[in-house]
Design a protein around this ligand. Structure first.
Ligand SMILES: [Zn+2]
Length: 76
């Protein structure tokens, strides 16, 4: 039993940290869902998102492109 726990806890911890890590390698981007928004952002606190009046959504880069979004002018 002890051996199983020792394996599961590091795995859980790794999954947890990678989920919250602000990394580009996970291919997630941020979108504003406001009326005029046509961009996606790599950085959640980007200038282009700071005047977003709606909720900010996190989606995969692939999904953002499917939605017709292009990279934010501050980040290209
Ligand atoms: Zn941006």
């Amino acid at each position: 039993m002890k051996a199983t726990k020792a394996i599961l806890i590091p795995l859980f911890y790794l999954g947890f940290t990678s989920f919250f890590a602000p990394s580009k390698s996970d291919n997630n981007v941020f979108l504003c869902m406001g009326k005029g928004s046509k961009r996606y952002h790599y950085i959640k606190n980007c200038r282009g998102l700071s005047n977003c009046s709606t909720k900010i959504y996190e989606v995969t880069l692939k999904k953002a492109k499917e939605m017709g979004r292009t990279l934010c002018g501050w980040e290209d």
